[in-house]
Design a protein around this ligand. Structure first.
Ligand SMILES: [Zn+2]
Length: 77
């Protein structure tokens, strides 16, 4: 299972769950940020990234289907 990635608020420090455990508990506020890579070990939440790609693909598909096809004569009846 892919590690979860957390980014410290108002900081560029990014840690995965393993590094947080190893170096934590770290003070401050940590927000889940699945698109970042761990600053220490470089781990990334590949599951979340894949999911995000699937979502944007689906949105793109939806957007294309919503566009009227100007070459389709049915739009000009
Ligand atoms: Zn790490």
């Amino acid at each position: 299972m892919a590690p979860k990635i957390f980014r410290m608020s108002r900081s560029t420090l990014v840690l995965c769950t393993d590094c947080l455990k190893e170096h934590g508990p770290a003070p401050g506020r940590w927000d889940e940020d699945p698109l970042q890579e761990c600053s220490i070990c470089g781990a990334c939440d590949s599951d979340a990234q894949e999911e995000m790609n699937n979502i944007s693909d689906a949105l793109q598909q939806q957007w294309e289907e919503d566009q009227p096809d100007l070459n389709d004569p049915r739009d000009f009846k």
